[in-house]
Design a protein around this ligand. Structure first.
Ligand SMILES: [Mn+2]
Length: 291
C-alpha cells in the first residue's frame, strides 16, 4: 500500500470570512492562508476583497506556484459544495466587472447579506467605499513601537542639522505622535461609517476588511467585524454552527519544514483577538499602498 502524506482533518465552521490577501504583492502570505484552508472548512466561504492585488500585478508580475495553490484550493472547495462568494475590493476591482456572474463555482457580488445561524443579518462588503467618507489621513504612515527609540535618535540628528541651518527646534516624536493619533482617528471614523451603513440598510451588523485591522465589537448597537488581512496579521473571521463569531489568527513561519508546520500554531489554535484591541500599537504596514 502506498503511504500518502496525511492531510489534517479540518475543523468545520458554518462560515469563514477572509480578506486582503493581496496576491501578487511581495508581502502577501499565501502560504499562511493555504495552511489555514487545509485546517478549516466551512459551508459558506466569503472572500471579502483585495484577494488579488491588480495594482501590483500591473507593475511587476509576482506569481508563483503558491499563488496558484491558493486559487486552486478555493476552487476545489467551491466544487465540493462550499458556497463561495467573492466580493472584490479596490485592489481587485477588475473583478467588479463580473458582479452577478460566476467565476467557475464562485459567485461574484458587490456586497452580500449574510444570515447567521441564529438569524442575525450581516452586511458583508470590502469597505473601501467608506474611505472617502472619512479623512484622507495617511493613517498607515505610522511607525511601530521599535521605531520609537530610533525616532528619538533621529530627532537628535535632525535637530543638530536644523540648528546648523539656523532653524528652530522641531520635535519628530510629537510629529509621529500626531500621525498615530490621526491614524487612530481614521480607524475610528471608518468603523463608524461602515456601521452606519449597516444601520441604514436595516441589518444587525457588518463584516468588512480593507483597513487591515481585525476587530470584533459593537458600535452603537451595530455588530462590527473586520476580517483583518493576510499580509501581516493572518486573521479570519469564523461563524460557529450556533452563530457564534470568532476572530482567528493563523500565522505560519514561511521557512518552517513542512512536517513541523502543524505544531507551529497548535500551541494557540484560533485564539480570539477580541481582547487585543485596547491601547494596542498602531498598525505598521511596510507597503502602505496596500489598503
Ligand atoms: Mn482595500
Amino acid at each position: 500500500m502506498i503511504q500518502r502524506m496525511e492531510e489534517p482533518t479540518p475543523q468545520k465552521f458554518r462560515s469563514i470570512w477572509v480578506s486582503d490577501l493581496h496576491l501578487g504583492a511581495k508581502s502577501s502570505r499565501p502560504h499562511c492562508l493555504l495552511d489555514f484552508f487545509r485546517h478549516h472548512s466551512c459551508d459558506n466561504l466569503y472572500l471579502v476583497g483585495d484577494m488579488i492585488d491588480g495594482w501590483r500585478l500591473k507593475k511587476s508580475w509576482f506569481w508563483d506556484q503558491l499563488h496558484n495553490d491558493v486559487v486552486q484550493k478555493v476552487l476545489r472547495q467551491a466544487r465540493k459544495g462550499t458556497k463561495v462568494i467573492y466580493i472584490p475590493g479596490n485592489h481587485d476591482q477588475f473583478a467588479r466587472d463580473h458582479i452577478g456572474l460566476m467565476m467557475g463555482d464562485i459567485e461574484v457580488m458587490r456586497d452580500y447579506e449574510h444570515e447567521t445561524a441564529d438569524g442575525r443579518r450581516l452586511l458583508v462588503m470590502h469597505g473601501d467605499e467608506f474611505d472617502s467618507v472619512v479623512t484622507h489621513a495617511k493613517w498607515l504612515a505610522v511607525l511601530g513601537s521599535g521605531a520609537y527609540e530610533f525616532s528619538v535618535v533621529l530627532n537628535r540628528w535632525v535637530n543638530a542639522i536644523r540648528e546648523k541651518m539656523g532653524l528652530p527646534y522641531w520635535s519628530l516624536s510629537n510629529y509621529l505622535k500626531q500621525k498615530v493619533k490621526n491614524a487612530m482617528q481614521f480607524i475610528d471614523n471608518y468603523e463608524h461609517a461602515v456601521a452606519e451603513e449597516a444601520r441604514r440598510r436595516g441589518v444587525q451588523g457588518v463584516v468588512c476588511g480593507h483597513i487591515h485591522r481585525a476587530d470584533m465589537k459593537t458600535l452603537e448597537g451595530i455588530e462590527y467585524f473586520n476580517t483583518g488581512d493576510w499580509v501581516e496579521s493572518c486573521t479570519a473571521l469564523v461563524e460557529h454552527f450556533d452563530g457564534r463569531m470568532e476572530l482567528m489568527e493563523w500565522n505560519v513561519p514561511k521557512n518552517l519544514p513542512k512536517t513541523n508546520r502543524a505544531s507551529a500554531h497548535m500551541t494557540q489554535p484560533g485564539r480570539s483577538l477580541a481582547v487585543r484591541r485596547v491601547n494596542e500599537e498602531p498598525v505598521h504596514d511596510p507597503e502602505a499602498a496596500l489598503v
